[in-house]
Design a protein around this ligand. Structure first.
Ligand code: ADP
Length: 478
């Protein structure tokens, strides 16, 4: 059963209980009031003045006229007929008297000294009713009927019923308002939430729940739902972005592999068509094919390395001296290009890292400095500790890069000048690998460059505990 229906059923149940209670109360109330009238009547009728002998004038005794004016008093003969003699204090014109039925009067008449038995009779005219007692004289030749109108009782009951009706209506109205308020505050927001949830289930992840603030339960629920939806949407967006990245990466990798493959295929077709007849052309074709194959191998090598880093497998960590790795890299670079001035400023830094990956990062940065700057451009390599991090820096005095290029250098397959970079043998993955290696160690890679002012690439890595201690010791010992 829905909450709305439950509230409605509750409301109807309370209304029914109220009406039934009112009805059930009304009958005992009338009995109670009539009972009081009866007691008064019995009290009056048991006074010695009533039920006296024949010949006594009916009516109030001298001096008591005021007390008895409200009572109807009539005296009849033994057969309860001829009630012509009535209380002089009673006026027929003002109030219609009760209709005295002989059988009824005789049935209820009691002798003096015996408790009277009150009975009800209708008025001679109109709808008024009377409460009467009949007392017979000691010799039973005369019957005195004393009565009082139930007018007051009926009026009181009428007033009480009016009050009950007004009270019940007020209670039901208040209950109605409270029910409406409860539904408005509790059920409407829930219905809204259900509608929003349906819309979200239909694929509209941007929908949010309207909620009336933090003060109500539904408000808190709405807020919690919204923050949950926010997270779900973020997770979906991140997944979509990651899928898009993977798609783009696969497409770029296929494209990069196709270029050397097409080249090799072209040479083989040329050879089959007899285009490489002479010794020199064949040797040149073989050299080019070998070059392309090497490029492909380097690309596949880089792709495999990135794929491994993407899997976030645990690193093969060991205690590594970053300064020694950098010194090896500088030595290799000097061997490849002896004419380039490479300045090295290497502080001893101990790291807990993957040596093979870190060697790869140093090599990639030095290769870039060699490949993307004119021959002879000075390069400076430094290793040190900065703000609690190990810092490897490779700076060159080359042509530098514009800000748009700097923002993209760590993207996969990004090249500022694709044809030149390709001709230089680059795969476009060198810096992406450096960044992935830094991240795998819990660090980061940043580039700082300006056109005409050279480029600086920095790799920041968390220090091992031993290195922190060494740095502290260095600071203490002059
Ligand atoms: P690759 O070197 O194989 O092209 P990288 O990812 O190593 O790929 O570098 C991406 C691009 O960043 C390069 O193509 C080049 O345009 C630019 N770049 C990298 N290092 C330097 C540098 N030291 N000086 C100027 N440009 C650089």
């Amino acid at each position: 059963m829905s909450l709305r229906r439950r509230v409605l059923v509750g409301f109807l149940a309370v209304a029914a209980v109220l009406v039934i209670t009112n009805l059930a109360l009304s009958s005992p109330l009338r009995s109670f009031l009539v009972d009081r009238v009866d007691r008064q009547l019995i009290d009056v009728a048991s006074r010695p003045v009533f039920g006296g002998d024949r010949g006594r004038a009916p009516g109030p005794p001298p001096g008591e006229s005021q007390t008895f004016t409200e009572y109807f008093i009539a005296v009849g003969d033994r057969n309860a007929a001829n009630f012509s003699r009535r209380s002089s204090a009673f006026s027929d014109e003002e109030q219609p008297p009760p209709r005295l039925e002989q059988a009824q009067v005789l049935a209820h008449a009691t002798r003096r000294g015996v408790p009277p038995r009150p009975f009800t009779a209708l008025a001679e005219r109109g709808r008024e009713s009377w409460r009467l007692v009949a007392v017979s004289s000691p010799r039973a030749d005369q019957i005195t009927v004393v009565g009082t109108s139930l007018d007051e009782v009926d009026a009181t009951l009428g007033r009480i019923r009016l009050v009950q009706l007004a009270g019940t209506t007020a209670v039901l109205l208040a209950l109605g308002v409270v029910s409406w308020w409860m539904l408005h505050l509790g059920v409407h927001p829930l219905e809204d939430m259900a509608r929003t949830a349906d819309a979200i289930a239909g694929g509209d992840l941007s929908r949010r729940v309207d909620h009336p603030g933090q003060k109500t339960e539904t408000g808190r629920l709405g807020k919690a739902l919204n923050s949950m939806l926010e997270r779900i949407e973020d997770a979906f967006r991140a997944r979509e972005e990651s899928e898009e990245r993977v798609r783009r990466f696969a497409a770029d990798a296929s494209h990069e592999l196709r270029t050397p493959l097409t080249s090799i295929q072209g040479y083989t077709e040329l050879w089959r068509a007899g285009g490489l007849a002479s010794e020199e052309t064949l040797a040149e074709a073989m050299r080019r094919m070998e070059q392309e194959a090497r490029r492909m191998a380097a690309l596949v090598e880089d792709l495999l390395l990135l794929a491994r880093l993407d899997q976030h497998r645990p690193l093969e960590r060991s205690t590594v001296r970053l300064d020694e790795l950098a010194a090896d890299g500088v030595r290799d670079a000097r061997a490849v290009e002896p004419d380039r001035p490479i300045d090295a400023s290497l502080e001893p830094v101990v790291l807990d890292g993957d040596e093979m990956y870190l060697r790869q990062a140093v090599a990639n940065l030095l290769t870039n400095a060699r490949v993307h700057t004119p021959a002879g451009t000075p390069v400076r390599v430094s290793v040190g500790v900065n703000e609690g991090h190990a810092r490897l820096e490779v700076a060159d005095g080359g042509p530098g890069m514009d800000p748009a290029t700097v923002a993209k250098v760590f993207e996969r397959f990004f090249r500022a000048d694709p044809s030149r970079a390709r001709a230089a043998g680059g795969t476009g993955l060198g810096l992406a690998i450096v960044a992935a290696i830094a991240e795998a160690h819990g660090g980061r890679a940043v580039a700082d460059s300006q056109l005409g002012r050279g480029s600086t690439f920095v790799v920041e890595l968390p220090l091992s505990l031993g290195s922190v201690q060494a740095a502290l010791l260095r600071r203490e010992l002059p």
